[in-house]
Design a protein around this ligand. Structure first.
Ligand SMILES: Cc1cc2nc3c(=O)[nH]c(=O)nc-3n(C[C@H](O)[C@H](O)[C@H](O)COP(=O)(O)OP(=O)(O)OC[C@H]3O[C@@H](n4cnc5c(N)ncnc54)[C@H](O)[C@@H]3O)c2cc1C
Length: 439
């Protein structure tokens, strides 16, 4: 399930259901030429334009009352180059389709996030990331991309061609044009061994630097109201493949992580006082396990329980202090939090508006079950994270504006200069962009 567009009411709704919009028109161009025509007509009619992916952003980044461009017909693999080890893909392709197609070719991306429902363009545009010691976000794995600018010009950019556009457009927030194709660096498919293991909060935070340094991909979840965490370490393996057993995999990934978790969240929403007890039980329900599989099967898993999320990137060295402060805040407050807090890392990268731009980063993500009032919790978390020079994920709930973000990103001005050049009349503007980028 992704976003929805109801023709009868003309209403678009994102995955989490916290953002709705009523676009004046919806278009599904099937080619770059058709897309250029859609942009021209919108401009003639004085309408703004917004390309959407699968609506997995929690912010109103894809919302518009102008022309909503759907990705459905701009999908598929354009080219596989085994000499250069690159794959060029149409920008509307869902990541799950890309992953499956790559696996069939014996290829893989190096790193990815927790799910693979998003489109390629949607995922990169807000800086979607997983966790990695050496490998960074999905956008950081791009070698070139094709963009249709506001005036209909098709622009190819890479480190050699329009490098300033390339530095900005890999995480372009949908502000620079419509991305139509993306060229990724790929590698021969490999195996990862995942080790999932419960650990105490005190131990994970005391050993955090070592756990990050010793593993290619380290992440953990802390269960609020408890001292319990679940850790996950993914490292390359010579094999053989040993996927989770069909029954035990179903119990962990579907029953515990989705089915029973959904029930626990519903009970918690109805009876918040029960949340700490539920957290103590659910934090012990997942047991240690080890399995080995191809990357996308290890990195991603189904997320069927709907939630809202805020995520901040802080300098890596500040992660433990920020997290301890978050834990102390929850313990002091009357808040009852049913969802675990997720912690991941990324190396520094060279993309202007990447949350890891120019600095090694740790991500701290907080979630709440859909329909639970989130303001008090998220406001308190945001206050902590901004105290550590935090940068909010562009696709997850936050209240920062261009004044704050210009200070948080040393290359902010570089991005807005490219935007001024490619979209001087702000064809791609919406309320979210006005807030985070300024006019
Ligand atoms: C269950 C769940 C799990 C998630 N897990 C992670 C995770 O592990 N890591 C992480 O970092 N994030 C995660 N996210 C956030 C998600 O990856 C991002 O919000 C992502 O941007 C969503 O992609 P989408 O295809 O749904 O794009 P949308 O949300 O529809 O759009 C996002 C942005 O991309 C722009 N855009 C879309 N298509 C184009 C195009 N063709 N050209 C230019 N701009 C375009 C839109 O205008 C908008 O600004 C998760 C979200 C959910 C709901």
């Amino acid at each position: 399930m992704t976003d929805t567009y109801a023709r009868t009411t003309g209403t678009w709704r994102n995955w989490a259901g916290n953002v709705t919009a009523r676009p004046a028109r919806v278009a599904s161009p099937a080619s770059v030429d058709e897309l250029a025509g859609v942009l021209r007509r919108a401009s003639e009619d004085g309408l703004k334009v917004k390309p959407v992916g699968t609506g997995h952003s929690f912010t109103a980044t894809a919302a518009t009352d102008g022309v909503l461009i759907r990705p459905d017909l701009l999908t598929g693999i354009r080219d596989v180059d085994r000499t250069a080890m690159t794959v060029t893909v149409e920008a509307g392709t869902p990541l799950k389709r890309l992953n499956a197609a790559l696996a069939r070719e014996g290829l893989s991306l190096t790193n990815m996030g927790d799910i693979m429902e998003q489109t390629v363009a949607g995922a990169i545009s807000t800086g979607t990331h997983g966790t990695g010691r050496d490998s960074a976000s999905v956008a950081a794995q791009i070698l070139a991309l094709e963009l249709v600018a506001a005036d209909g010009t098709v622009l190819r950019c890479s480190a050699d061609e329009h490098p300033d556009v390339f530095a900005a457009a890999r995480i372009g927030l949908g502000a620079l044009g419509v991305v139509t194709a993306v060229t990724f660096a790929v590698e021969p498919v490999f195996l990862l061994t995942a080790r999932e293991e419960p650990m105490t909060f005190d131990r994970v935070t005391a050993d955090f630097d070592r756990l990050v340094a010793e593993n290619e991909h380290f992440e953990f979840y802390w269960f609020p109201h408890t001292g319990n965490c679940n850790t996950k370490r993914n490292n390359r393996s010579a094999g053989p493949a040993a996927p989770p057993g069909r029954v035990s995999g179903w119990i962990e990934d579907e029953l515990l992580s989705n089915g029973l978790f959904q029930v626990a969240c519903s009970v918690g929403r109805a009876v918040p006082g029960a949340i700490p007890s539920i957290a103590r039980i659910s934090s012990r329900a997942l047991s240690a396990r080890t399995y080995t599989d191809i990357p996308y099967k290890v990195f991603t898993s189904p997320r069927r329980v709907r939630f809202v999320e805020m995520e901040y990137a802080v300098p890596r060295e500040a992660a433990v202090d920020a997290l301890r402060e978050l834990k102390a805040m929850v313990e002091r407050s009357p808040l009852r939090i049913s969802f675990p807090v997720e912690v991941r890392t990324a190396p520094a990268d060279d993309i202007a508006l990447s949350t890891a731009s120019g600095r090694e980063s740790a991500y701290i993500a907080v979630h709440l079950y859909r329909g639970t009032p989130h303001q008090a919790y998220f406001t308190a978390v945001e206050r902590i994270m901004t105290g550590y020079d935090g940068r909010p994920h562009w696709g997850k709930i936050h209240t920062r504006d261009s004044g704050y973000l210009a200070g948080a990103y040393p290359r902010f001005g570089e991005f807005t200069a490219v935007r001024d050049r490619l979209d001087p009349d702000r064809l791609f503007a919406n309320d979210y962009l006005r807030r985070v980028l300024g006019d």
